[in-house]
Design a protein around this ligand. Structure first.
Ligand SMILES: C[S@@+](CC[C@H](N)C(=O)[O-])C[C@H]1O[C@@H](n2cnc3c(N)ncnc32)[C@H](O)[C@@H]1O
Length: 281
């Protein structure tokens, strides 16, 4: 049965869905998102062949519903991202943060550990990988690994593939494009793929930022956690921030989105540059 798009989502069904999304991801859906959710769910119900929102809620509660919770979170979350987004961050990383980290390193130290904590479809971790690779070109003693993670398995699949529409691959110069991307031909015309040498250094993990443990090495050198905290309530932001700080090595750097001030949150970090914080040594 096809659901007419104008079918209203009852307040009870909306409350159930918003609670479930919050419980699993901490994403907060205010009352103003009801129409948006109804619109986005309409298509999902058609795909699943369900008759109405109540049936959808029952599916989510059932033993088979677990996987669908992921799709629901995907429907409500914003995955917008692009290469070199908030470009000043990458300049600060290359010119300020990495030189300090490199200076302290010995020849047998483990690779620098960089985490893109809400990586979406991969543009942020691959931008980090490009910056790291460029930095290490002149400094053979600097080895590194990028960890990319997100709650959305759909986005992580895109990240793993490393394939992007050519017009969306906005890197600062042609040389970087040639050095780090392969141009698609034939069926892949109009797309670029991140070169395998770079993809190999980007480790992709499925991580919900509120799961009990993160499967990552302790003492990370750099964490990018950008444009995700804005979707959480204040207690959840504090909880997340405490965990990110605990994951940072002394002297490590935390980058948050330009629109995400840590104002009103406790952290013990030093605000060093706009939206960049250092853990004291
Ligand atoms: C707007 S994108 C940010 C992408 C990138 N960091 C940037 O700034 O361009 C937000 C991402 O956060 C992810 N996300 C939302 N809640 C999450 C959670 N609880 N744990 C992990 N990732 C989450 C979403 O799936 C989405 O891909």
């Amino acid at each position: 049965m096809v659901i007419p798009p104008e079918q209203p989502l009852s307040p009870q069904a909306y409350a159930f869905l918003a609670n479930l999304v919050h419980e699993r991801s901490r994403i907060q859906l205010g009352p103003d998102r009801q129409a948006l959710l109804a619109g986005r769910l309409g298509q999902r119900l058609r795909t699943l062949g369900l008759a109405g929102y109540e049936d959808y809620c029952r599916l989510l509660e059932s033993a088979q519903g677990e996987e669908e919770v992921g799709s629901l979170i995907d429907l409500v979350s914003t995955n917008h991202t692009h290469f070199f987004r908030e470009a000043e961050h990458f300049t600060i990383l290359a010119n300020r943060v990495l030189p300090r980290l490199a200076e302290r390193r010995g020849p047998s130290d483990r690779p620098l550990q960089i985490w893109s904590a809400a990586s979406s479809s991969g543009e942020e971790p691959y931008t980090l990988a490009i910056v790291l690779a460029e930095f290490a070109r002149q400094r053979p003693h600097v080895t590194w690994q990028v960890h990319a993670s997100d709650i959305s398995r759909r986005m992580l699949d895109r990240c793993r593939s490393g394939i992007y529409e050519a017009e969306k691959v906005a890197v600062p110069d042609e040389q970087l494009l040639r050095r780090y991307f392969l141009r698609g031909f034939g069926e892949r015309e109009g797309f670029y793929r991140v070169r395998p040498e770079l993809r190999r250094l980007v480790h992709v993990h499925h991580i919900n930022l509120f799961q009990p443990d993160y499967p990552l090495p302790a003492g990370l050198d750099v964490i990018f956690c950008r444009n995700v905290m804005i979707y959480f309530d204040q207690p959840s932001r504090q909880e997340l921030l405490d965990r990110l700080v605990a994951m940072l090595a002394p002297g490590g750097a935390l980058f948050v989105g330009h629109a995400e001030s840590l104002l009103g949150l406790r952290h013990g970090l030093r605000a060093e540059w706009p939206s960049v914080y250092l853990r004291p040594e």
